[in-house]
Design a protein. Sequence first.
Length: 323
Amino acid sequence: MAWHIYIIGFFYTIFILVSLVGNGGFLVLFVLLRKVRQAVGMFILSLAVADLIFPLIVMPIHFDYLISGTWQRGTSLCQLRIFAYLVAASASVLSYCGVTVERYIRIIFPLRYRAVENAKCVFAAVALLWLYALSSSSFIFTDFLDESHHDTPPRGVCSHALPRRLFLTLFLLTYCVPLAVILFIYFHILQISRKQRRKIVPVNGNHHTPNKKARQSVMVLLLLFHFLVCWLPISVYTLVLKTNLASELSWSNWTWYQFLSLLTFLNSVLNPFIYGYSNSHFKAVLRNYISRRRSRVCSIATQPSAFVLRSQITSKQALETHS
């Protein structure tokens, strides 16, 4: 077995475990605690659900494909693998875009945020998001091929061959448009933050607020960097393959594809910690819940048990009888 298989296999194992614990734990807390549901938006919930599909379905099957070197699981499981990946990737990117838009409105238009934020509208947007992810990914179950592309995946290969125009349309809607929206929003936030820092410093000479704004700018850049690193390489690589600039079916060494896939899976590992557990409202609710549970356990531990109380009462009654 090649050396890179061991390296990629190690990262797959870590990513699956951390992503299951991170996203699964976040969803459990969301279901059990009402205050968590109030503190976290629907787009972050949608992001956690999409990211949970990767460790539950995509990564284990992908890891088995990597270890065996050839596809030996039949057509149905191959279609499930590709369908689950496309659904999770589409829903994750679009949910990320929704989180970005929601944050943009909160930062740029704080007074209008409550008026714009409507639970029914947000729920409808999330429902449409998942409807698009499911419907656009269902094209892999069709058996037609592009007339200009007569190759079919050979035996031992799990791939799909969508018509080129259909693939480019889905690629444009799923990756390019959200990427353009995210880039515009983050650069606009950075531009406004820079203008505010210039206005604040000469007025009161208070350096605390500019430092806070600078930290927010750094955080925005890190979020943008995280999105680009995780999604841009695999998107460009897939675009190159599907536009026949390079043939996926004749790609004998797919080591680079595996490493780029790791970046995509890394996205599902980091998202719950970036958008869930790092949320200030979420942390406050969780900290309050843990402190209440701890105080309850301590109070129960300090109270005498019913058995001890019964023994004391029985002993006292016995002494009174003998006396």
